[in-house]
Write a protein that binds this ligand. Structure first.
Ligand code: HEM
Length: 142
């Protein structure tokens, strides 16, 4: 199932504030994730200190291209391969998703209305499902 028109509209309209605050949002996201799910810290043990920039860039690029995801094919393939190399599993996606949405709320404040959060939630899990499906294939052939 694709994303609704409303979600696409809201995510595109909020792509800039999210990208402009990308580092603050992802830094806050890791803070929430590691506090609530300390076991996920282990996955990031070899991560470079600029990992949060990569995630911020990915989220921003995704938002900008939400109605034309094929331009992100190569980036998605790289993410999936990195995730498989670091043992990311489907059950981690809701942990990161909830943390990311809370971080968007914390950083954007009043600009993060319920409609905005709902749209980003739909968009995050849509991309998450694409990644989970590709990672499942990669795990099966590993
Ligand atoms: C839609 C959701 C997600 C997006 C957009 C995303 C994005 C990314 C990107 C862009 C990279 C860098 C890839 C590279 O340059 O090689 C990455 C790496 C990584 N991601 Fe994700 N990710 C998502 C979900 C998750 C989840 C659920 C986890 C599990 C906690 C996770 C854990 C990691 C880890 C451990 C790395 C490697 C860090 C390192 O060693 O440098 N990601 N992700």
């Amino acid at each position: 199932m694709g994303l609704s028109e409303k979600t696409i509209e809201i995510v595109k309209a909020t792509a800039k504030p999210v990208a402009d605050n990308g580092e603050a949002i992802t830094t806050r996201m890791y803070e929430i994730l590691f506090a609530n799910h300390p076991e996920t810290k282990e996955l990031f043990k070899d991560a470079s200190s600029d990992q949060h920039k990569k995630l911020a860039t990915a989220v921003a690029a995704y938002a900008a291209n939400i109605d034309n995801l094929s331009v992100l094919d190569k980036a998605i393939e790289k993410m999936a391969q990195t995730h498989v190399n670091t043992a990311v599993k489907p059950e981690h996606y809701p942990m990161v998703g909830v943390s990311l949405l809370q971080a968007v709320k914390d950083v954007l404040g009043d600009a993060a209305t319920d409609d905005v959060i709902e749209a980003w939630k739909e968009a995050y899990f849509f991309l998450g499902d694409v990644l989970i499906a590709r990672e499942k294939e990669l795990y099966a052939t590993a």
